[in-house]
Ligand binder design. Structure first.
Ligand code: URA
Length: 234
C-alpha cells in the first residue's frame, strides 16, 4: 500500500487532504518525516500523522452494493448521503469505490480497500464490460445500434469511444454494454443520437452481476470466488 492511500483512509480524510498533510510534513514513517505520497508502507511500518499512529487495515474488504438513485458515489460529502453511509462495517473508512455512478444512476457499485484489485478491474486495457439498462425520453432509433458500435468522438477528452453493444429491448429501453468508463458516458452517447436518458441502472461489472435478492441500499461482501473472478481470475 502507498502512504497517501493509508492516510486518505484514516477517518475518511480523502486523497486531497492526505496529500496536503504529507506535503505539510505532518506525516512520519518509522520516525522520519516523509513527503512522498507514493512511499510504500505495510502493516509493519510505523506511520504517524501529527503523532497519532495510523494502522493499515487488517482485513481486505471487497463488497458489492446496490446503489439507489439519489445516493452519491463518494466516500464523503457534506451535503448528500454517500454509499459509505449505507455500509455498517467497522473498517468502512478504508474503502474506496471501483467505478462510480452518477447520483441519478442506480445499480452495482463495488467497494474495496484493495488498491491492486480495483486498479486491475478499472484498468482501461482490461476492457472489463459494464452492462447498463437504459430508459430514454424518446423512442430509440434502430440505427443507434450501428452508431454505438462505431463509437462517438468526444471532443473534451479527444477520444473515440470503444465499440459498445446496444440491444434495443423496446421503444424506450435498451441494454448497453461498455468496455470503458468515461464521465457521464451513457448519457453523453444518447445525447449524441438526439435522445435523453431518463433512467440508468448498472446491472453488472465483468463477472459480477447485481443479484436479484440485493435490494436498493443493501450490500454484501463478495465471496472469495467473486473476488478472483472479477479481476480476471478463474
Ligand atoms: N454513464 C453515465 O452517464 N452515468 C453513469 O452513472 C454511468 C455511466
Amino acid at each position: 500500500m502507498k502512504l497517501d492511500r493509508l492516510i486518505a483512509g484514516y477517518k475518511a480524510m480523502g486523497r486531497q487532504a492526505a496529500h496536503l498533510a504529507i506535503a505539510a510534513r505532518r506525516v512520519r514513517v518509522n520516525e522520519v518525516c516523509v513527503t512522498d505520497g507514493h512511499h510504500p508502507v505495510d502493516r509493519f511500518t510505523l506511520v504517524e500523522l501529527d503523532d497519532v499512529v495510523i494502522r493499515p487495515p487488517e482485513r481486505a474488504l471487497h463488497l458489492m452494493l446496490h446503489k439507489p438513485v439519489g445516493i452519491l458515489s463518494a466516500t464523503k460529502d457534506d451535503q448528500h448521503p454517500t454509499v459509505l453511509d449505507l455500509i455498517d462495517d467497522p473498517d468502512k473508512h478504508t474503502l474506496h469505490i471501483a467505478g462510480r455512478l452518477d447520483r441519478s444512476t442506480s445499480g452495482l457499485v463495488l467497494l474495496t480497500n484493495d488498491g491492486r484489485w480495483s486498479k486491475r478491474l478499472m484498468a482501461a486495457e482490461e476492457k472489463v464490460p459494464k452492462v447498463y439498462l437504459v430508459e430514454t425520453l424518446d423512442p430509440i432509433a434502430p440505427d443507434a445500434v450501428v452508431a454505438f458500435a462505431r463509437g462517438f468522438y468526444f471532443h473534451t477528452e479527444d477520444i473515440t469511444t470503444l465499440p459498445a453493444e446496444l440491444v434495443i429491448l423496446d421503444e424506450h429501453r435498451a441494454r448497453l454494454t461498455l468496455h470503458e468508463g468515461r464521465y457521464h458516458q451513457v448519457k453523453r452517447m444518447f445525447h449524441r443520437i438526439g435522445n435523453r436518458v431518463t433512467q440508468l441502472h448498472r446491472q453488472s461489472i465483468g463477472a459480477l452481476s447485481l443479484p436479484a435478492d440485493l435490494p436498493p441500499g443493501a450490500w454484501r461482501m463478495l465471496t472469495a470466488h467473486e473476488v478472483l473472478a472479477a479481476a480476471g481470475g478463474n
